[in-house]
Structures are given as C-alpha cells and as structure tokens.
Design a protein. Structure first.
Length: 497
C-alpha cells in the first residue's frame, strides 16, 4: 500500500477500532452466551477507549480528507469525541442496568457500537450519499435498540413509532437530497452550495426548487434532533425504551444530528456561494423554529409525572436552545460566533444529560422507580445519587456554578450580538420555566415522602462502583467547567469549521 493510502486508513482508526470491537463482542456472545455478559461489556468499553485514543492523534499526522467522502477536520474530531465517549458511558451503564433481565444483553453492546460508528461517520461527511448511508446505519440500530425489551408492550410500541416516523422522515429527506442533486449535478455539499446560489439567481422557478429542497431536508434534520413539530416520536420512545437507549438518544444521537445539520448548513448555504437574501429568510425560519421548540418542550415538561418522559421534553427544549446557535450562524455575525456557542452548549448539555440519566438508572436499579410519585424521599436513602441528580438538574437549568450556566450565557450572548434580541428574551423566559419542572424532581427527592414509604420500596441492587465513578466524574466535570471553562472553550474554538 502507498503511504498516502496508509495515511487515509490511519485517519479511520477510530472507526476501525469500533468495527473490530463490534466483531469481537459478537464472537464473545457466540462463544460464551449469557456467561460472557461482563466480557462483552468490557470489550465494548475497551473498543471505545481505543477509538478515543486514536482520535486524540496529538501529532496531527492524519489527512483531513479521506477517500473523497469524509472530512476529518477539527469539527468532526469534536463531534466524534462526543459521540464515541458518550456511547462508552452508555455501555458501562447498560451492562449494570437491571431493567433487561428477560432479554439478551450481549447483542445490546455491538448494537450500541454500531450506532456510534454510524454517528461518527455521519458528522464527518460532506457527501450526500455517505451522509445517507451513515444516517441509516445510526437509525436502523436505534430502531432495534428502542424495542429491545420485547416482552414490554411500551418498548415495542416505542420501537414501532420510532421506525414509522423515522422511515417517513428519511424518505422526505432523500427527496430533498434528490432536488439538491438536480440543482448541482453533484453530491458534494460545496458543489451543491454553488448550484443553490446559481439557482437562486435564476429566478422564481429555480428559487421555488431551492425553498422546497431546503424545507424537505429540514424535516429530516428536525426529526433527528427532535425539534418541533417533528418531535412526536421522542416522548413515547424515551419513556418506552430501556433507559440506556434513552440516554443514547438524548446525547450521542442528538450530537450526531446537530453535527450533520451544522455541516450541511455550512457546506450548502454559508460557503463561497453565500446568498445573503436567502440566508436572511432561512435564518428567520430557524429562529422561529428554535423559539417554538424550546417553548413547547419546556411548557409540556411541566405537566409530566414520569421522569424519563419529563427528560424527553427537556431534550426537546434543549434542541430549541441549540437551534439558537444555528440561527446565529445564518446571521450577519457569521458562522464562528453561533457555532462556538452551539458546540460549547452541546458539550455542557452532554455532561449534564449523561449524568442525569445515569442517576435515573441508579434509582431504577435500586428502587424500580421512574415516576415522580415514586421518587418521594429517595434523596435521603440514596444521598450520593440524589445529590448528583440535583447537580445535573441545576446545570440543565443553567444556574451557577455549573457548566450549564456558562453554556447558556455564551448562547444568549451570541444571540444578542447577532441582533436576535427577541430570541434571547424567549430563551431566558424558557430557562425560568425549566427551573420549575427540574426542581419538581429535587422537591420529590428531598422535600416529600417519609421514611416508612422509602423503607417499603424493594431493593433491586446497588449501582456498581464503575457506574458510580462515571457519575462522579461527570459531576466533577460539570462543576469544573462551570468554574474554569477556558479549557473547554479553547477546545471548541480549535474545532470550528
């Protein structure tokens, strides 16, 4: 093999590591069966660790462009790190999760690794065909994972809804892709951007095609990030899926969706063929979508009693906050300001959401509790997990001294700098609303219930040491980046497109 080919293969080392881990976990399952559950989990976590080690590449020796289909720049490195590391934490929690006693857990790990592989490729491509293939690799595994508890009716219902909505959204997106291909005659995003600019200059007929193609593609993106009004699958899927799957959908899958959205918007609309008039209109649409999404998610979350369903609507609301960054990208301020704020906020959301769902799993493991009514007084029985859960909820709300506060501050500042004052006000008001429903959980943990009720709950096992350690690490990182965020901010700045 030529040195150039070796270098390109080396750039794929994280994805190759995930693929090898998938093969090894499947073989371990075939050889050891149910007795190899811990081995399968260990192999999965080891595969993630090796992938992250390759991803670090401190010497920066690998090429950014690989096989003409993948763009392994700093932006891709940032999102690949989020997706792969988040998947590792989910695998660690899934191995000890006690909600899947009646189903095989061994195939669960390679399926999670497959979703991470699809997400990693998805955020790295600027080619429509590769984008579609990566999206399907991520989505098909996600559909199967959502219905993993085959004997649970709500899990099967969640998987069916996810599949139907996902297939429809993918079909609509592919139709949009075909229109873009017709405009440009090429599948690379930069060439499509030039075709869009030329079509926009061509008059009303061509402009209609641009608007139609953009609307169709945004439907697909909206489904993937659970933005209003394409969010209908999220609450049922989050509630019905095994909690590790819910965690993955809330973090790694959402990161992949936003990575895909940002790369598409930047490649097609914000490149050398920038069309100011068109981007102004698209920016207004995204800003309105952001405001409606965060408002709907927060207001509806107030009404929820199931903790997983509450966090599902919380995830919808955070998709609205993240869309604020996309709206800023399309403004006259430029790409960097909005993208910087979006990526920093996504990282802080990532830490808090992984930690919050880890705590939810810990409580479910010990008490079998998922509803707020069952959380009453549990904070006194599980002081560590209760305190960590409150910390993560504080970060999701956006209060100091957590990383979530810094993330919201950067996002609102970027929105104000872009002249979107009304959107910043809507975001601030929504943060106040979120304070109410997040602290419903804290109130249930500490201010309601009594000792007799708590003592009457059946114990289902203690969260193992490594899972506790991961929750502690996430909590420390949440506080660390709230007090000294320069390191995270510098990583984000170095990763900009």
């Amino acid at each position: 093999m030529t040195p150039e080919l070796m270098a390109q293969i080396g750039a794929l080392a994280p994805e190759i590591s995930l693929t090898v881990a998938i093969v090894l976990t499947v073989i371990a399952d075939l050889v050891f069966g149910a007795r190899g559950r811990n081995l399968v989990g260990a192999l999965g976590v080891a595969g993630v660790a090796v992938a992250l080690w390759h991803l670090a590449d401190p010497a920066g020796t690998h090429p950014e462009r690989v096989f003409g289909l993948l763009q392994f720049d700093g932006f891709a490195r940032f999102f690949r790190a989020l997706i792969i590391s988040g998947t590792g934490v989910v695998i660690l929690h899934a191995v000890v999760f006690r909600g899947m006693e009646n189903v095989s857990r061994n195939e669960f790990v390679p399926m999670l690794l497959g979703t991470a592989l699809g997400g990693s490729l998805l955020v790295s491509t600027d080619h429509l065909l590769m984008l579609l293939l990566s999206l399907e690799l991520l989505s098909l595994n996600s559909y199967l994972l959502a219905g993993w508890q085959r004997k649970e009716r709500r899990s099967s219902e969640a998987a069916l809804k996810y599949l139907v909505y996902g297939a429809l959204a993918s079909a609509i997106m592919v139709f949009g892709f075909s229109l873009f291909f017709g405009l440009a005659g090429d599948l690379h995003l930069s060439v499509i951007g030039a075709g869009v600019a030329e079509a926009w200059a061509g008059g009303d007929g061509s402009r209609f095609v641009v608007i139609m193609a953009t609307a169709l593609v945004l439907v697909g993106f909206g489904f993937k990030i659970a933005a209003f009004p394409f969010h209908f699958w999220a609450p049922d899927v989050y509630e019905g899926s095994p909690t590790p799957v819910t965690t993955f959908l809330a973090v790694s899958s959402k990161a992949a969706g936003f990575g895909m959205l940002v790369r598409f918007v930047d490649g097609v609309f914000l490149g050398d063929a920038f069309v100011g008039e068109w981007m102004k209109g698209l920016g207004h649409v995204i800003a309105v979508l952001s405001a409606v999404t965060m408002t709907y998610g927060n207001v509806t979350a107030v009404l929820q009693r199931n903790v997983k369903r509450l966090l599902a609507y919380s995830s919808i609301a955070h998709a609205g906050y993240l869309l604020m960054g996309v709206a800023v990208m399309t403004s006259s301020v430029g790409v960097d300001s909005g993208l910087d704020a979006l990526m920093f906020y996504l990282a802080t959301y990532y830490l808090a959401t992984l930690g919050a769902f880890g705590c939810v799993m810990a409580i479910a493991n010990r008490f079998g509790a998922e509803d707020l009514d069952d959380y009453q007084g549990l904070g006194w029985s599980t002081p560590f997990i209760g305190a960590m859960l409150v910390l993560f909820l504080v970060s999701l709300t956006g209060l100091p001294p957590t990383a979530g506060f810094v993330g919201k501050l950067m996002l609102f500042q970027a929105t104000i700098d872009a002249g979107l004052y009304w959107l910043a006000v809507v975001g601030a008001l929504n943060a106040v609303v979120s304070l109410f429903y997040y602290f419903k959980i804290a109130r249930a943990l500490y201010l309601r219930g009594d000792t007799e009720f708590v003592a009457g709950l059946s114990s289902r096992g203690i969260f193992p040491f490594l899972a506790h350690a991961s929750v502690l690490a996430l909590g420390l990182a949440t506080v660390w980046y709230g007090l000294g965020f320069d390191g995270l901010a510098e990583w984000v700045r170095s990763s900009l497109l």
